[in-house]
Every structure is written in structure tokens, then in C-alpha cells.
Design a protein around this ligand. Structure first.
Ligand SMILES: [Fe+2]
Ligand SMILES: [Fe+2]
Length: 202
């Protein structure tokens, strides 16, 4: 039966606490990367990424994953707003929230695991000027774990018949911080891979 017993699974992954950092650089506070960390972006501006010979393959695939997270986040917001406006039936909404919510939580967690254990440790050695940037991204992943946990709780509350309003607020703020992270991560990492080639990650 469509939508029955839907829930967003909380796998309970939580990371160890990290030492304190300048809070103005935290995911929920900053407006972008500090200028000193945008040095490579000046040589590899966004409007030239797609035409660069090293774009196809790894960079293109990785940006597509980011696009999928952005689309999932936007779909979750659109759905809850349509449900609140009565444009989406409850059973359809429950089914979509279960599917898209789980996809977002699980896929984003897996994506972070790969970045934490494979991409970041290699990339940080490619350009020591960007060390601080990788520290910021690592902390973002910690913060996003907490935000995903909160998202999961709120989604499950809605699936059990709770109010839509607080969940809509949660999805809105989650989407904002997710965009901050994805955008800063791209600005930091894509120039390094374009410059050194995807083989630099092997
Ligand atoms: Fe990330
Ligand atoms: Fe990422």
C-alpha cells in the first residue's frame, strides 16, 4: 500500500567532537569561504569549468551528485508546501517524503564518507594553502550530520501525523546550509582537480 509505514531511517551516525574553531567560519554562520581560500578559484573561475579538459569524468560526476542533493532538497520543500496548500494528497505526500527523505539522508551520508576518507586527505596534500578550507569542510560534515539528525526527527514526526509548518522551516534551513556547504566545497575542490587532473586523486 502506497505510503504505509513510511519513515526516514536514522542510522545514528554521529562523529566525535572536534576542537573549537572560529565560529564565524562555521556552516551556519559564514557567507562564503575566506578570500585567502579562494586563490585557485581566481585562476579557475566557475564559468570556465565545463570547457576545461579535466572537467569530464570525476568533476562532472561529482557535481552531478551535488545537483542531485540540491534537487532532493528543493523537492522536499516543494512537496511540503504543496501539501500545506492542499495540492498534494496525504498518501502521495507520505510516499514521496519517505522516498526522497531516505534518499537524501542515506546518499548524503555516503557521499560525505567518500569525501572524508578518500577525497579530502588526498586533496589537502595537493595544495597546502587550502588546508584551512578542508578543515572547514570537515566541520561542515559534522554539522550536517547534526542537521540530518534533526531533519530525520522532524520528517518522522510529520509522517506520524505531526504539523507541516515546523518541518517546512527545517527543510528550508537545511537547504540553505546544504547549499552553503556544496557551493564552498565546489569552489575549493574543483579548481584543484582541474589543475592537477583526476589522476591526482588515485
Ligand atoms: Fe561535502
Ligand atoms: Fe560533496
Amino acid at each position: 500500500m502506497r505510503g504505509a509505514c513510511a519513515s526516514v531511517i536514522d542510522f545514528g551516525w554521529r562523529r566525535a567532537n572536534l576542537p573549537a574553531m572560529d565560529t564565524s567560519l562555521s556552516l551556519t554562520e559564514r557567507e562564503g569561504l575566506p578570500e585567502a581560500l579562494r586563490v585557485l578559484l581566481q585562476d579557475y573561475p566557475r564559468d570556465g569549468w565545463q570547457s576545461h579538459p579535466n572537467f569530464q569524468g570525476l568533476v562532472s560526476f561529482w557535481l552531478d551528485r551535488h545537483l542531485m542533493f540540491r534537487r532532493l532538497s528543493a523537492a522536499l520543500l516543494e512537496d511540503v508546501e504543496e501539501r500545506m496548500d492542499g495540492k498534494l494528497a496525504q498518501d502521495v505526500y507520505v510516499s514521496r517524503l519517505g522516498r526522497f527523505g531516505n534518499m537524501l539522508v542515506q546518499q548524503l551520508h555516503g557521499h560525505h564518507q567518500i569525501e572524508d576518507h578518500h577525497y579530502f586527505p588526498v586533496l589537502v596534500q595537493r595544495d597546502t594553502r587550502l588546508e584551512r578550507g578542508f578543515e572547514i569542510l570537515d566541520r561542515d560534515h559534522h554539522d550536517l550530520d547534526g542537521l540530518l539528525g534533526r531533519f530525520t526527527q522532524q520528517a518522522n514526526a510529520v509522517l506520524k501525523g505531526g504539523e507541516f509548518g515546523p518541518f517546512r522551516e527545517e527543510v528550508l534551513s537545511f537547504g540553505k546550509f546544504l547549499e552553503r556547504h556544496l557551493s564552498d566545497e565546489e569552489d575549493l575542490i574543483v579548481p584543484v582537480i582541474l589543475r592537477d587532473g583526476p589522476q591526482s586523486l588515485e
